[in-house]
Design a protein around this ligand. Structure first.
Ligand code: ADP
Ligand code: MG
Length: 484
């Protein structure tokens, strides 16, 4: 049998598609429940819709509703699937029994599942019973996919002693597209333009479609005009999106505090203490907002491999960085239609707080996906790091530290130390700093015998560096051309 083909309208997502098809077409009695999660607008519904189109199945999208309303809508949907009639379910137990009887050994997709749980908190236990060996779903041979964006709910479904824990054989997290895929998705060939666009809209597929009505910049020369036409244009949905991303998180009540935290991170404060002092609060006050933002996957916590125990925070969604660094500071002129002036006055900030740090992140992503021959083996960890230089009483920032996986009883091997510059031609001075960092780390007991010193630049390398053969040089074409 040939595997069901992914509809051509679905860009990329081959791994996700394969996982879903394998789940949906499995004949094993143990394959019953799949969980699909991920932040809003990443394409979960789009994928599941394509899956049901190809394989058939029952698809229900929950909405914010009371239990009664939800049961009524569900009854209509099941009746329609069954080919007519009317079902008035008195409770979810009855609804599920009928559903699985009607669907038989087919596929059931429930999208926006967290809405149903909110109205009916016992629903996961009811499903657990249905999925048990003597339950309706198991008897019928149905397979059930639960999908949702509320990360607090979806994550909780399988954790701790939650009823559905241990029952899912597929846990699919639909993430933003990678930077290279985003470039192709936006139809951009010029890597410089691809970085600039990605630094604003990241890899969220919806931002290419509904949110800007398909408007992509057609050249580097069109970039400023594109920014003015789209993200800075109050008439385009993308304009308000960063605010909605926060407003949609139900855990977030004090929105002003959260914007202050994100604003502090966007302007370069990465540690808990740094964020706290930037907004004039105590470090301990930060614990709650930071963990809420982390659960919502709006920020990520990373550890510096050379200074463990001191996590740094980064904003996971480029659009939020752009909003905090550029838009929030100019909100009134922007809303009043004065985008040209706002954008002109933001050029330095865009470079230093948006593109610069974003480009470092792209270089780390590249390093993480590097083929084994690039650094001698597959990276175990890639992170930004700091190396203390006690003699010179300073610190060296390493933008891309690549480490081999940890091996007990052996010194940690450093595969590469890298420096990133978006808008400056790199020279031997940059290489000197990396050499110094390598020597200091070697004194500290790291294995640096095979460390590759890497310079990543968006603006090229001077002649001395090009001829030095001491460094691996990675330019924009290299970042975009490596095979997946
Ligand atoms: N793989 C994809 N290929 C093409 N367009 C996509 C893809 N994924 C998402 N999109 C676009 O993004 C929009 C939002 O996706 P959606 O499935 O509604 O996100 P989610 O359910 O994760 O919130 C879709 O309507 C579609 O225009
Ligand atoms: Mg959806």
């Amino acid at each position: 049998m040939t595997a069901p083909r992914k509809p051509s309208r679905v860009f990329d997502r081959n791994r996700e598609w394969d996982g879903l098809v394998r789940f949906a077409t499995s004949t094993s009695p143990d394959v019953r429940l799949g969980i699909v999660s991920g932040r809003r607008r990443q394409g979960k519904t789009y994928l599941l819709d394509a899956l049901v189109e190809v394989l058939g199945g029952f698809f229900f999208t929950a909405t914010e509703a009371t239990e009664m309303e939800a049961l009524e809508r569900f009854g209509r949907a099941v009746a329609k699937y069954a080919g007519g009639g009317r079902y008035a379910f008195k409770d979810w137990d009855e609804a599920l029994e009928r559903l699985f009887a009607v669907v038989g050994n087919g596929l059931v997709v429930i999208d926006e599942f967290p809405y149903l749980c909110k109205a009916t908190p016992s629903l996961p236990s009811l499903l657990q019973r249905a999925l048990d060996p003597r339950g309706y779903a198991r008897q019928a041979g149905s397979r059930l996919l639960l999908c949702g964006s509320a990360m607090s709910v979806m994550g909780g479904l399988l954790s701790g002693n939650a009823p559905l824990r241990g029952r899912a054989s597929l846990e699919l997290v639909v993430k933003p597209l990678g930077y290279r895929e985003s470039g192709s998705f936006w139809g951009i060939d010029d890597p410089r333009l691809a970085v600039l666009v990605h630094s604003i809209v990241g890899g969220t597929p919806a931002y290419r479609r509904e949110f800007v009505a398909g408007d992509a910049p057609d050249s580097l020369a069109d970039f400023d005009s594109w920014v003015l036409r789209t993200v800075l244009n109050p008439q385009v949905p993308l304009f308000r999106e960063a605010r909605y991303l926060l407003a949609e998180e139900t855990e977030i009540r004090d929105v002003a505090l959260y914007h202050a935290v994100l604003g502090a991170i966007a302007s370069g404060n990465a540690t808990r203490g740094g964020i706290a002092s930037a907004i004039g609060r105590n470090s301990t006050d930060m614990a709650h907002p930071l963990s809420v933002l982390e659960d919502a996957q709006l920020i990520v916590r990373e550890t510096d491999p050379f200074n463990k125990g001191k996590p740094v925070y980064r904003i996971a969604e480029p659009l939020i960085v752009f909003y905090e660094a550029i838009m929030r500071r100019h909100w009134t002129p922007l809303e009043r239609g004065n985008q040209e002036a706002a954008w002109r006055n933001s050029q330095a900030t865009f470079l230093s707080q948006v593109v610069g740090p974003h480009f470092e992140g792209i270089c780390r992503d590249w390093a993480m996906s590097a083929e084994p021959h690039v650094f001698g083996e597959l990276p175990g960890q890639v992170a930004a790091a700091t190396v203390k230089d006690p003699q010179r009483k300073t610190q060296i920032q390493v933008d891309v530290a690549v480490l081999a996986p940890e091996e007990p009883g052996r010194p940690r091997r450093i595969l590469s130390l890298g420096e990133v510059k978006w808008d400056r031609t790199m020279a031997l001075g940059h290489l000197d700093r990396l050499q110094r960092a390598r020597d200091l780390l070697s004194v500290k007991g790291y294995d640096t015998s095979t460390t590759v010193l890497t310079c990543y630049s968006g603006a090229g390398f001077d002649k001395h560096l090009r001829t030095s053969d001491q460094a691996l040089l990675i330019d924009l074409n290299a970042l975009y051309s490596v095979a997946k």
